[in-house]
Design a protein around this ligand. Structure first.
Ligand code: SF4
Length: 291
């Protein structure tokens, strides 16, 4: 019996599955399909779709296009993107994840209701991340982005604070931010927070912990740009020091592979199953070469 296991709970979340399905459906119709930003933070999957005809563009290139079809990926986009599309007769294929769209609406409504109350809209997330840019756009870029607790110095605790989270942030980090803000509020200022973390990612943490502890060695497969990949890999490493972050089969260091060790292969929500299967095949090949 093989002592290699691919984590059944690893792989694309439904938001990414949906975006890729939409891209494949549109590509099958023929013609050029542009995608605003990498469809997933995974170069290999991007390459696969680019071979089918998908053209990845950035926001500057997008603003120069006219009369074309552009797919918006799961991360969502700010209102300015839709505005440009309207002005330039661009047909939008909107693959924004419904979870992200709900969060955008929530922030937009809150901003609208609170803008006369001097309330600070705060987003716990990564500056410059596509999803965060889409969220900031709901507030005319006035929201304050907090990446870590040190950034809380940017806040005025004597004014109302309304806190949201990027969908892929860790629950414990969010709780820590909530506790600090709560302890520092001054006077009558109001503090509200909304747990907007996507369980497709946070529920992976207990599973990945169990998976990492079950095996001697872990190969965690993800693209360098994947935020949730970094979070999930850190979790693997915490519970199994023999965890290795890899992207392609050639990243495997053969010296860490033995015949007897049990090996677990898992990945981010942006890691396709075929990529984990390639890793399994490579480990089997390395093992064949061992005495
Ligand atoms: S992690 Fe959650 S919010 Fe983000 S794309 Fe996947 S399903 Fe949507």
């Amino acid at each position: 019996m093989s002592n290699i296991e691919i984590d059944a709970k690893s792989g694309f979340c439904f938001g990414v599955v949906n975006a890729i399905k939409k891209a494949e459906e549109e590509l099958a119709k023929g013609g050029v399909l542009y995608c605003l930003g990498d469809i997933v933070h995974n170069n290999l999957e991007v390459d696969r779709l680019e071979k089918l005809g998908l053209k990845t563009i950035n926001h500057e290139e997008f603003a120069r296009l006219k009369d074309v079809r552009v797919l918006l990926r799961a991360h969502g986009e700010p209102p300015s993107t839709y505005q440009i599309a309207k002005e330039n007769n661009i047909e939008i294929i909107d693959a924004s994840c419904p979870v992200v769209l709900r969060l955008q609406k929530k922030i937009h409504d809150k901003y609208d209701n609170e803008k006369d109350n001097n309330t600070q809209i705060v987003i716990y997330g990564k500056n410059g991340h596509a999803e965060v840019n889409g969220l900031l756009g709901q507030t005319d870029s006035s929201a304050i982005v907090i990446e870590k607790k040190e950034d809380l110095e940017k806040l005025d605790f004597s004014r109302n604070i309304c806190l949201f989270s990027q969908t892929t942030k860790p629950l414990d980090g969010f709780q820590e931010i909530i506790d600090i803000i709560q302890s520092r509020m001054i006077g009558d200022a109001r503090f509200e927070f909304f747990d907007t973390i996507c369980r497709q990612v946070s529920n992976r943490i207990p599973n990945i912990k169990e998976f990492a502890m079950k095996h001697d060695i872990i190969f965690f497969v993800a693209g360098e740009k994947s935020s949730n990949g970094k979070v999930l890999y850190a979790e693997c490493k915490k519970y199994n020091p023999d965890s290795y972050f890899i992207t392609t089969p050639s990243d495997i260091d053969p010296s860490v592979v033995s015949k007897t060790a049990t090996i677990g292969i898992c990945g981010a929500t942006s890691t396709p199953k075929w990529q984990m299967e390639e890793i399994e095949a490579k480990i089997n090949e390395i093992r064949l070469g061992l005495n």
